[in-house]
Design a protein around this ligand. Structure first.
Ligand code: FAD
Ligand code: SF4
Length: 495
């Protein structure tokens, strides 16, 4: 019988590590295979909006948590951008203390049900798990366990309103209701502030609602979190564009003492190639927003989105996967990804690519559009595509795509969705001349406090980082709340 004693502690003195494993036969754990997340049938789900991942059953979650080796120096925590105490919550699941696990998660992550579903775990926490790093085996399914604990708490009606400090009556404005804004608003409410979130759209949640589709992140999960925040006293104003409906000076006059800008990076990029303005060529932002928020999948609605039969999505990120899988669900016979690098370089979560392949999405890697053509009514009907090779790594660390001469060929399409990147929303930077902006259009902040060059304005999420991730946006929101609390306590309360 093999023992991996060097990786296991003889004694545990932390209170939560109640189970001493003095002579755990580590191979009994490491020999177990990772528990598979149940999924909807790919050829049925690609025609509806039901959630693809079904969640672990209790026995499955306990079994998976039981694979954890209780490492003496756990490395997984370092892989999580917000430093969740992963060994602790996994142990709580193994001991069937599911609500305790949810409480542990919420110490550092306000939206565990969201992050458990959409974090790129394979390059974050799970990449740092001892199984991945040293044993070269499948890591503990940290994301799936996180989702399990958060869903257990929600489904059993155990979600509680956090304890708040005594109200101090000081007004704080949060611009944008995406993960950065929600995380900041939640923490400021806990500190006792009078928080109002202003959202430009008619729905709350930012990309969690207008971008990520229902089959990956059901809206209900985001709404439950927003309802808790309402119970905490956070006020929400929809259809409210800061910089247009009200300026920052208007809000200062209304006695708001500090601002958090979490306005995201919703400005789509295009490739600027000939024919890109033809009809039925969308940005992924427009396409997903229309389907997710404006009922555009419904043909009887005022502004239905085109349900193309031959749909090409240009790009290889999460947004591209969401767009192509949405097009498939809206009836595309041929839904394809055209991506200029190979599968290994795709920035999309590995699970999304796997799910897309199962759903009969076609992948045309190492290819890039060079021109679009249209019919007599100006509707796109053909893409000219050039084949690519991979050269040396570029600044992103990924191998640079190099066009292969005379390799062009044409593909018939009736819809194209361009998903080649986003840039920060320019409105707020444009109305605040004293706000320091980078050459990429992001707001420059002090990374310790998230304070901008305008002292009462803090910022975080995609407006600071460019297109990033949900968990990084939330981490920024929380850091900004701490910075803002310090600023307001020192400058405003005292004066
Ligand atoms: P957002 O979520 O963009 O929220 C900004 C909000 O501010 C919006 O609601 C906007 O309407 C509002 N706003 C803007 N300007 C104003 C104004 N002037 N006044 C009032 N309100 C304003 N990340 C992952 O980690 N995993 C994934 O699987 C993943 N998938 C993605 C799929 C898609 C389709 C997209 C687009 C992104 C995805 N991302 C994913 C990235 C992630 O969603 C973002 O990094 C994250 O949402 C950024 O959060 P945020 O709060 O900074 O901005
Ligand atoms: Fe992993 Fe994301 Fe959860 Fe952190 S928040 S433990 S990175 S899934």
């Amino acid at each position: 019988m093999r023992y991996i004693k060097e990786y296991l502690r003889e004694e545990r003195n932390q209170g939560w590590r109640v189970e001493l494993r003095k002579s755990v036969k580590a191979n009994e754990r490491t020999d177990k295979v990772r528990v598979h997340m149940p999924e909807a049938d790919p050829l049925i789900r690609n025609k509806n909006t039901e959630e693809v991942n079904k969640g672990l059953e209790i026995q499955q979650a306990v079994l998976e948590a039981g694979r954890c080796l209780d490492c003496a120096n756990p490395t997984c925590i370092e892989g999580c951008p917000v430093g969740i105490n992963i060994p602790k919550f996994v142990k709580q699941i193994e001991l069937k203390d599911f609500n305790g696990a949810a409480t542990t998660l919420k110490e550092t992550n306000a939206l565990p049900a969201v992050c458990g579903r959409v974090c790129p775990q394979e390059i974050q926490c799970e990449a740092s798990c001892f199984y991945s790093v040293s044993l070269k085996k499948d890591p503990i399914a940290i994301g799936h366990l996180e989702r399990f604990a958060a869903d257990f708490e929600r489904n059993n009606g155990n979600m509680s309103v956090p304890v708040l400090e005594k109200p101090n009556g000081i007004k704080i404005a949060v611009v944008g209701s995406g993960p950065a804004g929600l995380a900041c608003a939640g923490d400021m409410a806990k500190f006792g502030y009078d928080v109002t979130v202003f959202e430009a759209l008619h729905e709350l949640g930012g990309v969690l609602k207008y971008g990520i589709p229902e089959f990956r992140l059901p809206n209900e999960i985001v709404d439950v979190e927003i309802d808790i925040m309402k119970k905490m006293g956070v006020k929400f104003r929809k259809n409210f564009i800061i910089g247009k409906t009200l300026t920052f000076n208007d809000m200062r006059e209304q006695n708001f003492k500090a601002f958090f800008v979490g306005s995201g990076a919703g400005n789509p990029s295009f490739m600027n190639i000939p024919g890109e303005n033809y009809n039925n060529i969308f940005s992924s932002n427009e396409y997903l927003t229309r389907v997710n928020l404006m009922n555009a999948a419904n043909i009887d609605f005022d502004t239905p989105v085109i349900s193309g039969k031959n749909v090409a999505v240009i790009g290889g990120g999460n947004t591209a996967m969401d767009s192509v899988r949405t097009a498939k669900r809206l009836g595309a016979e041929r839904a394809m990804i055209i991506y200029r690098r190979s599968r290994e370089e795709m920035p999309a979560r590995v699970e999304e690519v796997k799910h897309a392949i199962e759903e009969e999405i076609e992948f045309m890697n190492l290819q890039s559009p060079v021109e679009y053509f249209a019919d007599e009514k100006g509707r796109v009907n053909k893409i000219r595509v050039q084949k690519m090779d991979l050269g040396e790594p570029d600044a992103s660390g990924r191998r640079r795509p190099i066009p292969i001469e005379n390799s062009e060929f044409d593909i018939e399409v009736d819809t194209v969705i361009v998903s080649v990147g986003v840039s920060p929303n320019p409105l707020i930077p444009s109305v605040l001349p004293d706000l320091k902006i980078s050459k990429w259009g992001t707001i420059v902040v002090n990374p310790e406090t998230m304070q901008s060059s305008v002292e009462d304005i803090f910022a975080g999420g995609d407006i600071v980082r460019g297109g990033a991730t949900v968990i990084l946006a939330m981490g920024d929101g929380r850091m900004a709340a701490a910075g803002m609390h310090k600023y307001v306590s020192e400058k405003v309360k005292i004066n």
